[in-house]
Ligand binder design. Structure first.
Ligand code: NAP
Ligand code: NAG
Ligand code: NAG
Ligand code: NAG
Length: 299
């Protein structure tokens, strides 16, 4: 009897949890994005590029940014082909806070308002043991964190007017410490602290601007595949689907979104009550011998 009930109980509990986590309440419809004015950063390639295409297809106005002008031009052209009512780019580097602010100003000039700010770019970082280079930690903090803060501050007046949304693309490495991404992980944890705290204040102040923190696992972007493809022992998930799920999470005003579910939500269930088990499990899945390059380790 006890065995039977346990046999029943566990799948039942699983089902309840699955239904609870999957049903976000509201349902997503592409029409929700029609005519919306959006900014996507880091949109010259990878997940950001795919988000721009989804938004274009759903009829949003898009302003994209990254450093490489030739790539941005191509993405804009494709957005227009896909049906974006308007698509523009501005090229520059997010280690410059004046540039970060000017992206928001450009959206104001082009659109006269803003509905969704999607913060997605990341600066280049190595995938290896921490090398002790503090200058590069500071620089990555500026690109991956401070520019997000700068753009949020600059965009807030417009987002308040529209009851808009801020979407912050983070990583499982922004929730759980994983090896070989020490500076990157630090910048992603910083985003969680800043935006989760800010969300609380918005609620206290009746500021109806949603903040969605996106917890993403390994995705098949060119750069990620090259850097970590041989070290991680689980397959990369498709960037197109990842991009769509991020947009859904933002439009539905979810506090956090998880993709892929099994590689983010499940480890996070273990994080707080079995951290050592989780961390040894994560290390055991790494092929450390396949680390590329010879970045001078601190140790
Ligand atoms: N791929 C994954 O496995 C994975 C896993 C977890 C989380 N994520 C997160 O998902 C987001 C997108 O990742 P991704 O894999 O799509 O990245 P990606 O393919 O490397 O693209 C990064 C984007 O940022 C731009 N960028 C790089 N340096 C910049 C700078 N200094 N100033 C302004 N823009 C800059 C790049 O364009 P330019 O070079 O032209 O500037 C590019 O458009 C990131 O927030 C990342 O942390 C990705
Ligand atoms: C924004 O939300 C507030 C409530 O928080 C509501 O009173 C207002 O009408 C909304 N404005 C727009 C433009 O949707
Ligand atoms: C906040 O804005 C959203 C989007 O306009 C709206 O659906 C929601 O009802 C608003 N929330 C409150 C508390 O008014
Ligand atoms: C090593 O790290 C530095 C940043 O500190 C980076 O510029 C360089 O490209 C990295 N080298 C390799 C081989 O990954």
């Amino acid at each position: 009897m006890a065995l039977l009930s346990r046999k029943l109980l566990i799948p039942l509990l699983g089902l309840v949890l699955a239904v609870y986590f999957y049903s976000g309440g509201d349902e997503f419809k592409p029409e929700l994005l029609k005519g919306k004015r959006t900014i996507v950063t880091g949109a010259s390639t990878g997940i950001g590029e795919q988000m721009a295409y989804h938004l274009a297809q759903m009829g949003s106005h898009v302003l994209i940014t990254a450093r490489t002008e030739e790539k941005l031009k191509k993405v804009v052209a494709k957005c227009l082909e896909l049906g974006a009512p308007s698509a523009h780019y501005i090229a520059g580097s997010m280690d410059d806070m004046v540039f970060a602010e000017s992206v928001v100003k450009k959206a104001e000039n082009l659109f006269g308002g803003l509905d969704m700010l999607i913060l997605n770019h990341i600066g280049d970082s190595y995938y290896n043991f921490f090398n002790g280079d503090i200058k590069s930690v500071r620089k990555l903090m500026e690109i991956n964190f401070l520019s997000y803060v700068t753009m949020t501050v600059a965009a807030l007046p417009m987002l308040k007017d529209t009851n808009g949304s801020i979407v912050v693309v983070s990583s499982i490495a922004g929730k759980i410490g994983v090896p070989f991404v020490v500076p990157y992980s630090a910048t992603k944890f910083a985003l969680d602290g800043f935006f989760s705290s800010l969300r609380q204040e918005f609620i206290l102040k009746d500021v109806n601007v949603s903040i969605t923190l996106c917890i993403i696992s390994f995705i098949n972007t060119e750069k990620a595949l090259k850097a970590v493809g041989d070290v991680l022992s689980y397959p990369a998930a498709p960037k197109e689907e990842c991009a769509l799920e991020i947009i859904k999470g933002g439009v539905l005003r979810q506090w956090e979104m998880y993709y892929k579910y099994e590689h983010t939500r499940i480890p996070l269930l273990f994080r707080d009550w079995a951290p050592q088990l989780l961390s040894s499990f994560m290390r055991s899945g790494l092929n450390v011998e396949n680390l590329k390059g010879s970045n001078h380790s601190l140790y």
